[in-house]
Design a protein around this ligand. Sequence first.
Ligand code: SF4
Length: 169
Amino acid sequence: MNTHLRIAGIINESIVDGPGIRLVVFTQGCKHNCPGCHNPETHPFEKGNLVEVDDIIKQMKSNPLLDGITLSGGDPFEQAEALSELAKRVKNIGHNVITYTGYTFEYILENKDTNKGWDKLINETDILVDGRFEIAKKTMLLKFRGSANQRIIDVKKSLASHSIVEIQL
Ligand code: SF4
């Protein structure tokens, strides 16, 4: 199991990346190239810094104020194996997991068996915010999303019902 992560940065306490107070991991590396992306510095796969899953878990355990972790990017699905291990351990200490991705939920399900760690990461994710940032659909009115095509998906309910269950946070 690969437990190294290449990250662009960490925010120790955020209230804008999901409900409650969250530790946010910005992963390094993204292929989507969405026009208008706010984080172009996270696109190259060779930049950023290497961290261990263990270090992030220690950081989370040291802050009793946290409600959960948000995996953002970059695109977390480019490092799905190590992030699935992180997500599993985060849940073991009683926190929830939100994952942002430029891939759609449907695409992830169709390709989860041919991309390392995708199956595990989607199964360890409680809430998925999916889809590329589309500048023509940009809106400041939606919470936790940059453009109106992106959905906030309850992963467990969606997998159980074989249909996409969207939620409002
Ligand atoms: S998926 Fe996110 S990080 Fe990647 S290009 Fe699109 S907006 Fe930027």
